[in-house]
Design a protein around this ligand. Structure first.
Ligand code: N01
Length: 561
């Protein structure tokens, strides 16, 4: 997990080495030489440690945060929840863990997910492998020794045969590209770096920039607290009601009885959650059928409820239009002011091509007297000033600002440290025109370096837990194979990588995804190459590809003795 590359400092910034002071009793010595260095102690890093230890490897984890949890350590904004159902967003690797942990709600809150991460770490004794408050700054590969030298901002240097980047996909937060942030005299907060002690907005005039998932979850709650909330929207997003509720005990018990089969369905599915796939096109049925299906999808309270109503919503614009129009009408039926409703209704991208959201009372929040929506596409933000901000048309005064402005997704966390492979070539240079990986697991020229849920894998297009587990197991099995077969180094061939990148692009281009200015495409970061980064082929298909590579003697990789 990395944090903001911004030079500006949010109200909650903590000293980089705070953990070393705070958790002195918890600090374990860093070994000079280990089999594996893992970067990041979120769900990927935690399971990686467990798996590697089970296979008999020595492992050192470095984590920039002062405690574990990755995404769920940093994103503590009001209303933060996972929008994948808790019964799916949890580890499946240990049957006892699966049975003993009980989620309280359909969609778990951030504090509950963080408790779960801590429970797992304690249950499997993982903390002793982790050095907190320590950021990896550099990783250099030595082709003679076939080992990585890994440096940290705390002065550590560790030699490891393997380096695993378990840095998360959405962990390099970005502030808005607006001049004057440093002049603002009140506190400002990024949703991805929320203060651990929380923020009380009571009686405050608050401005929030952004209307993605983080904003859509936090706006209803901030609006209840603040004296006034102004929402600066550049692109309206499609959001569906979460229909969150406590889990029904009887149904939960029934699910636990069949958990193994349930998980297997998730592993072979498209998005990493068990779903029945639709057989019909939205265009081969009449309006009444569509209306009914979309209503069911809306009421289902899930990200895929609408998207899987028909089989062509993500590949055919005319089909997608029917679903998008249904959601626009829903928004208009909730929001009382027609002008505000019109502004909130997304029109510039097909439904689902920017990450859709689940909300609790988002659209209804704009019926409140103390909430105002400002269209910054029509009237861009010109600067942030000591007492607020200025759009090209109007000045606004605020006591506090919230940036729900997202992340340099997928590549940002991987390109944070200076990673240099064979011949000193840097990953930043190699990926200057966009990420290039084989299977989203490894990159040619960087032997013994693995990425968990890297670009070119289903990652953010899936239930991350399912994808994390699959990668961690693949990577640890690969290392065990290398050890057992006296393999000193493993890396993809250029041909295999080129073919995979082409396949990832082809898969994306067969869908509507590339038509949106989304963070999937890198479009939210000025200057970032426009490449669809995740693999859209589906987690089941992808898993088969990865298994096939292993079954064929690590096809597409070069193994050096
Ligand atoms: O970030 P985002 P996020 N001026 O990039 C706007 C996951 N997640 O933190 O769309 C004005 O989606 C930007 O506008 P535009 C989930 O995968 C999951 O909300 O670029 N506006 C956009 O509206 C999600 O997709 C969960 O035009 C500016 C917003 O800021 C991902 O994390 C919860 C701007 C950023 O939205 C990221 O979500 C939260 C500027 N200069 C997040 N710069 C759950 O599981 C940016 N924006 C529930």
């Amino acid at each position: 997990m990395t944090d903001s590359p911004s030079t500006a400092t949010p109200a909650n910034a903590a000293p980089a080495n705070a953990a070393n002071a705070a958790n002195a009793a918890d600090v374990h010595p860093v070994a000079d030489t280990v089999d594996v260095v893992v970067v990041g102690a979120g769900f990927a890093g935690l399971y990686m440690v467990h798996r590697l230890r089970q296979s008999g490897f020595s492992v050192q984890v470095f984590e920039a945060g002062t405690d574990l949890g990755g995404t769920w350590y940093w994103n503590r904004y009001p209303g933060a929840r996972c929008d994948v159902e808790s019964i799916n967003y949890s580890y499946s690797f240990d049957k006892d863990l699966e049975q003993e942990w009980t989620w309280s709600e359909r969609y778990a809150t951030q504090p509950e997910i963080l408790r779960y991460a801590n429970h797992v770490a304690d249950r499997f004794g993982l903390r002793s492998a982790i050095r907190f408050g320590t950021r990896v700054t550099r990783a250099l590969y030595d082709d003679t020794t076939k080992r990585w030298a890994i440096d940290t901002d705390q002065g550590d240097r560790v030699s490891a045969q393997f380096c695993v980047m378990a840095v998360g996909c959405l962990s390099t937060s970005k502030t808005p590209e607006v001049p004057g942030i440093e002049t603002f005299q009140g506190p400002w907060y990024h949703t991805g770096h929320w203060p651990h002690e929380g923020v009380d907005f009571t009686g405050k005039r608050v401005g929030i920039i952004g209307t993605g998932s983080s904003a859509i979850q936090s706006i209803p709650i901030i609006a209840q607290q603040a004296a006034h909330l102004t929402v600066f929207q550049r692109t309206p997003n499609f959001s569906m009601p979460a229909k969150n509720a406590p889990l029904d005990e009887e149904q939960y018990a029934q699910l636990k009885a069949i958990y193994p089969e349930w998980r297997e369905q998730a592993r072979t599915s498209g998005f990493g959650v068990p779903n029945e796939l639709p057989e019909r096109s939205a265009l081969e049925v009449d309006a009444e059928d569509r209306s009914k299906r979309y209503e069911d999808g809306w009421e289902a309270g899930s990200l895929v409820g609408m998207l899987l109503a028909y089989n062509d919503l993500l590949v055919d614009k005319a089909a997608n239009d029917t679903a998008a129009e249904f959601v626009r009408q829903k928004i208009k039926s909730i929001v009382k002011d027609p002008a505000v409703a019109e502004l909130l209704a997304p029109k510039n991208h097909p439904l689902g091509t920017k990450r859709p959201c689940l909300d609790t009372g988002y659209y209804d929040t704009f019926n409140r007297d103390n909430v105002r929506l400002v269209d910054v596409l029509a009237s861009p933000i010109a600067e942030i000033m000591p007492h607020g901000l200025r759009t090209v048309d109007e000045d606004f005064e605020f006591d506090a600002l919230v940036f729900a402005t997202g992340f340099d997704a997928m590549t940002g966390p991987l390109l944070g440290p200076d990673i240099r492979g064979r011949h000193g070539v840097s990953l930043r240079e190699k990926w200057a025109a966009g990420p290039r990986t084989y299977l989203g697991l490894a990159s040619e020229g960087f032997p013994n370096l693995f990425m968990i849920t890297g670009p070119g894998s289903p990652s953010v297009m899936s239930n991350m837990m399912i994808s994390i587990e699959q990668h961690v197991e693949w990577v640890s099995d690969c290392m065990a194979y290398a050890r057992d077969h006296q393999v000193a180094a493993i890396e993809p061939t250029r041909d295999a990588e080129d073919a995979w990148v082409e396949h990832v692009n082809e898969a994306a281009n067969a869908t509507l995804y590339p038509s949106a200015n989304s963070w999937y495409m890198g479009a939210n970061v000025p200057g970032k190459p426009r490449v669809f980064m995740p693999y859209i082929g589906g987690v089941g298909v992808y898993r088969e590809e990865c298994d096939d590579v292993v079954a064929n003697g690590y096809k597409g990789f070069v193994l050096t003795s």
